[in-house]
Design a protein around this ligand. Structure first.
Ligand code: HEM
Length: 241
């Protein structure tokens, strides 16, 4: 018998997620194309050349990167202003509320379980005094919370350093002032670190089979109750009450 469905995401949440993902992937692709230094270019010299051809030169490429970044920021600012109390703040509270013992245990066990299987995980964690079961999780599991924290903070750092860089090419006369130089380094570091986490996020969400119901929920908003009970028991229990 198929499990009844329960609501996991609102239409607004789904729209913001895919809008965010689309902007992110565009900004990453164009940002990589802006790196002309062959020592820093991971894809080879053909890539910046190709993007410059597509966008009508370096200025066009930079213009497209900044335009999408400003659109992304404006939509997020509007979302926070309009939905702060209803969605945005509860989301931030849920990803920044940690239960260190439970979350650490889940992360250690989950890594062993995914790479070595349940049996080996149970054997490896026994010396720590833990049993072979994954601790029950809330609306987001510990891995999702950590990933979301890095994505939110990384995006914030990218936005601030990006605004400084945009201002340096348009408003500030001397692009060589130290804080503009620092913004370049910080912008690259934040992009690299956040993208590393986004890759793990995409793998877990789109490729890992056991998370498939969560992937569909990012389109139709719902997950099977059995999935919620198994993966997010604390959230499921709260809903059942
Ligand atoms: C093709 C790319 C992507 C796929 C397939 C994907 C998939 C998903 C799925 C399935 C969820 C729901 C997880 C759940 O309900 O438990 C989710 C949530 C989330 N994703 Fe993505 N994602 C992608 C790109 C991104 C990017 C680029 C970012 C940010 C830089 C991002 C940030 C988030 C955040 C913060 C959440 C939690 C918030 C929420 O539930 O709305 N995702 N993603």
């Amino acid at each position: 018998m198929s499990s009844p469905m329960i609501q996991r995401h609102t239409n607004t949440g789904i729209f913001m997620h895919w809008f965010n993902a689309g902007c992110w992937l565009f900004l990453l692709a164009t940002g990589l194309g802006l790196l002309q230094n062959p020592d820093l270019q991971p894809l080879g010299a053909w890539y910046p050349g190709l993007l410059r051809a597509v966008f009508g030169g370096g200025d066009g490429l930079l213009g497209a990167h900044i335009a999408v970044a400003l659109l992304w920021l404006a939509v997020w600012a509007g979302y926070y202003l309009r939905f702060a109390g209803r969605y945005a703040v509860p989301f931030l509270v849920s990803i920044f509320t940690l239960d260190p013992r439970r979350d650490l245990q889940w992360i250690v066990k989950k890594n062993f379980q995914m790479t070595l299987g349940y049996k080996m995980m149970a054997r490896l964690v026994r010396p720590l005094g833990w049993d072979g079961r994954l601790p029950e999780q809330e609306y987001y599991n510990a891995g999702q919370k950590l990933a979301a924290q890095v994505m939110v903070l990384g995006s914030l750092v990218l936005a601030v350093s990006g605004l400084i860089l945009a201002a340096s090419s348009w408003i500030i006369d001397t692009p060589n002032v130290p804080w503009v130089q620092w913004s370049i380094t910080i912008h690259y570091l934040a992009a690299g670190l956040t993208f590393a986490i986004v890759l793990v996020h995409i793998y877990m969400a789109a490729i890992a089979k056991e998370e498939r119901p969560a992937l569909w929920s990012m389109f139709n908003g719902q997950v099977p109750a059995a999935y919620a009970e198994h993966h997010h028991k604390l959230w499921y229990d709260k809903l059942s009450k």
